[in-house]
Write a protein that binds this ligand. Structure first.
Ligand code: ADP
Ligand code: MG
Length: 316
């Protein structure tokens, strides 16, 4: 991009997010200078969205901002980290002021409400693509450590599963979903929310955690691979919205909540002894959580259906 265009780009990004005292030097210099609190680990999570792969060509800039923010910060939440800083690498074919204004407005709202400050980035000419690096803090040893996962640990998931996917299926198969429920589905697609407060509630309790973005079964399988364990899930414990429960058969059956992408919920494992404390912490949190199964010593992910049969293997 021509040099003369930089002041303009700078205008959109110079003042995004909260003003934090732990930022010594933010946007404007070659490098930001940041002050992580003493005695904390720095958690860093990255997410890239490419036009045509992660959002449709011509998608609203606010959708790109919401999805990028949710994707990066839900990964940070899975580390039980308190969010603090954001950097943004943006490439676009040419300077599109209307796009930049809508995107930066939305990112500003999201970062302010999360007390996150945009502290730097890079802007280049190229295909439309955004990369967000989310930074946050966690006291050492308080975040999930997958090597500590053991058989009998309980498996939980926040919120509800499969709604973003149901919205896509509903559009393709013209499922009849009434106006208010449809708007709620659209909201899940267009304004996904990372479960940051829920992530903090995992501190000192969860053995493993991940953001469900790429599907529950796939994420669980990856999480459990490291310890050679597997999982037994119970289909009738999977948290479904009323709309999904009512349309489950027509929308693909139990595979939908097990494999759906784009949920941004957290899935985590907890030793049975921590169950009461975990559930106590979650009573105060908006998304809530549901116990969906247990870790087992044999590898693989199985799901017991309501009729008693096993759904296995679950395609990833
Ligand atoms: P130049 O390429 O002209 O040297 P830089 O890439 O150093 O300019 O960017 C100038 C300042 O603006 C830097 O502090 C950089 O971190 C910040 N910046 C550039 N693009 C973005 C962006 N997309 N989001 C946030 N900050 C950005
Ligand atoms: Mg640059």
């Amino acid at each position: 991009m021509a040099r003369t265009e930089f002041p303009l780009i700078h205008r959109y990004f110079a003042k995004i997010g909260a003003t934090r005292e732990d930022v010594d030097l933010g946007i404007g210099d070659d490098a930001a200078l940041l002050m992580p609190p003493a005695g904390h680990d720095l958690a860093v999570a990255v997410s890239t969205l490419v036009e045509g792969s992660h959002f449709p060509p011509g998608a609203a800039p606010s959708l790109v901002a919401h999805r990028g923010f949710a994707s990066a910060f839900s990964r940070l939440a899975a580390a039980a980290a308190e969010p603090a800083w954001l950097t943004l690498a943006l490439s676009m074919p040419q300077v599109d002021e209307a796009w930049l204004e809508a995107f930066s407005d939305c990112l500003n709202t999201l970062t302010r409400s999360a007390r996150v400050q945009l502290v730097g980035g890079d802007t280049t000419a190229g295909p439309l693509r955004v990369t967000l690096h989310a930074h946050g803090f966690v006291p050492p040893g308080q975040g999930p450590a997958p090597s500590s996962i053991q058989p009998e640990h309980l498996i939980y998931v926040t919120g509800t599963l499969g709604e973003a996917q149901l919205a896509r299926v509903a559009d393709q198969n013209s499922l009849r979903i009434p106006g208010q429920a449809r708007r709620r589905l659209q909201d899940r697609v267009q304004r996904p929310k990372p479960r940051m407060a829920e992530g903090l509630a995992l501190r000192g309790l969860a053995s493993g955690a991940f953001s469900v973005t790429d599907g529950l079964a796939r994420g669980l399988s990856r999480l459990l691979q490291a310890t050679g364990t597997g999982a037994r899930l119970k289909a009738d414990s999977l948290p479904l919205s009323t709309t999904l429960a009512e349309n489950l058969d027509r929308a693909g059956g139990w595979l939908l909540p097990l494999t759906a992408t784009g949920d941004y919920e957290l899935c985590f494992t907890v030793p049975p002894a921590s169950r009461a404390e975990l559930e106590r912490r979650f009573t105060a949190l908006p998304a809530g959580c549901a116990c969906i199964g247990r870790v087992e010593s044999s590898a693989g992910i199985r799901c017991v259906l309501p009729n008693g049969t096993d759904l296995s293997p679950i395609p990833e």
